[in-house]
Write a protein that binds this ligand. Structure first.
Ligand SMILES: [Ca+2]
Ligand SMILES: [Ca+2]
Ligand SMILES: [Ca+2]
Length: 158
């Protein structure tokens, strides 16, 4: 994780942004994720390997597919199990929903101004602080992939 100052409770920050964490997915969504997982698991052994995932993924970009796979394979044993898949989809879906609400002009990038104006956090200074925490390289903008990576890390801290 690099330079850890004080250990911030990042999950709390996500809550302030409207995150329900693990409970974000509805029962319908969870059944949907389970169905997709079954489809990904071509040989039906209950595990999805990187190769199985690449074969079924809708994304053409191999590096991107690999990155999603690695993020989902939380314990890093080289395979996804259903629980890991559901957790990742739940976190990612919710994060995207919140991103889209804040990204008012819909260009796939959050600026600090958009974040401060459109997040549900009423305290503008706090919103600005959270944005700056997420914007680790200080560029003043968060693309969706970068935002999702940070959100995913924060959501898994405990
Ligand atoms: Ca399999
Ligand atoms: Ca795993
Ligand atoms: Ca935008």
């Amino acid at each position: 994780m690099g330079n850890k100052k004080q250990s911030t409770n990042h999950k709390r920050l996500l809550k302030l942004l409207g995150s329900k964490g693990k409970d974000a997915a509805t029962p319908d969504q969870i059944s949907e994720f389970k169905r997709i997982f079954k489809r990904l698991d071509a040989d039906g052994d209950g595990k999805v390997t990187l190769q199985e995932y690449i074969n079924r993924s809708k994304f053409k970009d191999k590096a991107k597919v690999r990155a999603i796979f690695n993020a989902t394979d939380r314990n890093g044993d080289g395979v996804m199990i259903e629980e890991e898949y559901i957790e990742n989809r739940t976190i990612t879906n919710e994060a995207k929903e919140i991103f889209n609400k804040i990204d008012k002009n819909g260009d796939g990038i959050l600026t600090e101004q958009e974040f401060v104006e459109n997040s549900i956090i009423a305290d503008k200074d706090l919103a600005r602080q959270i944005f700056r925490d997420m914007d680790v390289d200080g560029g003043g903008e968060l693309s969706l992939p970068r935002y999702l990576r940070i959100w995913g890390n924060w959501a898994r801290e405990d």
